[in-house]
Design a binder for this molecule. Structure first.
Ligand code: FE2
Length: 415
């Protein structure tokens, strides 16, 4: 974990590197801060090792906030004058990346607060919506050629953001790893209409899923034994009953049976799928199930169409739940194929390796391309993802054993 103040300083550090590069005569705030707040960028000089971030008491929270205020002020002044420069486009693209980077860290901050403080942190939790529909079974999706990835023009028009004055051309941005859009061939397949629930997962646990090597990849079985996995992260047993801990305290898993399971690794998701006689979807299958439009061979930005996400369509950070919502709470967010909660609630594991798409061109050194090995792709965003940050083509990635992020899944099957 990183201490919360580290995220606050690191996201400002990112902007300080912009100032260092483009603001003439810019004076570095502090060499020590540069060292502490660099995450992994070799190109920006030496940095503190990640596991040691939490061992430093300096810079303090107050010093970090002062640093942040300083950088914000410098950036505001810098941006005001940027339009007159010849390299304005280049700079604005990096500034936009800085904002997206900051939204990524906002989400990581939620994970870290949950891990470090969990129910000691007094989160401003909004009331959860109720399930208004029962969502069961699998959707049939026809195969054929599918255009995977982001292409400009599939963006939401600024018109759809009438209530949000700052949202102009919100969806003109996509990370380099989502591009270019390219054709892939899919066989017909089936995919769950809902994410796998705590209730479903509890059945797997009660059926001895964690004690039976037959369901597990070798790497998964090793983890089960080595780390004594018996349930997802944040599940604990009280008097023989499984409980789930979250920002609101400790709950009986049985009372949360209709909510998407979260904090499971790829290894656990795969084991569940095998036990259930299914498999995880590829990212192309997931994207087709999410974005397939009613007209053949066309694609929409979100499962429900091209409008931006809102409270009625999915559970993203601005909904303020600080947790997953019941399955069936967002019928308005369903896809053409009737899949629900694909955007928000939990990032969904896919079987796809996080690798460059054919024709990939890196747009920023060390941002995405240096992670193209050994990780799996997750799709759709979680309750901790800022609303303006998510797209259906968004490729998140984590190592197969990781559980600290809000990761869940839905299963697929060959038709
Ligand atoms: Fe970062």
């Amino acid at each position: 974990m990183s201490p919360p103040r580290w995220h606050i300083g690191h996201t400002s550090w990112f902007f300080e590197t912009v100032l260092q590069k483009y603001q003439e005569g810019y004076q570095t705030y502090s060499d020590e801060f540069l060292f502490f707040f660099n995450s992994y960028y070799e190109g920006f000089g030496p940095r503190i090792e990640r596991p040691k971030r939490g061992t430093r008491s300096r810079p303090t929270v107050r010093e970090t906030r002062r640093y942040r205020e300083h950088i914000d002020e410098q950036m505001s002044r810098f941006i005001e004058r940027v339009a007159q420069r010849d390299d304005a486009d280049t700079i604005l693209r990096i500034v936009r990346l800085g904002l997206e980077h900051e939204m990524q860290h906002q989400e990581l901050l939620v994970y870290d607060i949950k891990h470090l403080l969990c129910d000691q942190f007094d989160a401003p939790i909004a009331p959860a919506p109720r399930a208004v529909e029962t969502v069961t079974g699998m959707a049939e999706v026809e195969g054929g050629l599918f255009e995977l990835g982001y292409s400009s023009g599939m963006g939401v028009s600024p018109m759809n953001h009438a209530q949000d004055a700052h949202a102009t051309s919100n969806y003109e941005f996509a990370f380099d790893n989502e591009k270019p859009a390219h054709r892939v061939f899919l066989e017909d397949f089936l995919i769950d209409r809902a994410p796998v629930s705590n209730g479903d997962y509890l059945e797997f646990i009660n059926a001895g899923g964690y004690q039976d090597f037959r369901w597990w990849h070798s790497a998964g079985w090793e983890r089960v034994n080595q780390d004594q996995w018996q349930a997802p992260l944040y599940w604990e047993q009280r008097d023989g009953e499984w409980m789930i801990r979250d920002f609101a305290g400790l709950h009986r898993a049985a009372d949360k049976h209709n909510e998407p399971v979260s904090h499971v690794s790829f290894l656990e998701a795969s084991a569940f799928a095998k036990w259930a006689g299914k498999r995880l979807p590829t990212e192309a299958e997931w994207e087709k199930a999410a974005c397939g439009a009613p007209e053949p061979n066309s694609k929409q930005t979100f499962p429900w169409g091209d409008d931006a996400p809102d409270t009625s369509r999915g559970n993203l950070f601005e909904s303020g739940l600080w947790s997953v919502a019941p399955i069936g709470a967002f019928p308005e967010g369903k896809s053409t194929y009737g899949c629900q909660q694909m955007i928000g609630d939990v990032w969904e594991w896919t079987t796809s390796d996080y690798a460059p798409y054919p024709g990939f061109k890196s747009e920023f050194d060390e941002y995405n391309d240096k992670w193209f090995v050994g990780q799996k792709v997750l799709r759709g965003g979680s309750f901790a993802t800022p609303r303006r940050h998510i797209r259906s083509t968004y490729r998140n990635f984590f190592y197969p054993h990781e559980r600290w992020m809000v990761g869940g899944f839905r299963c697929a099957k060959d038709a």
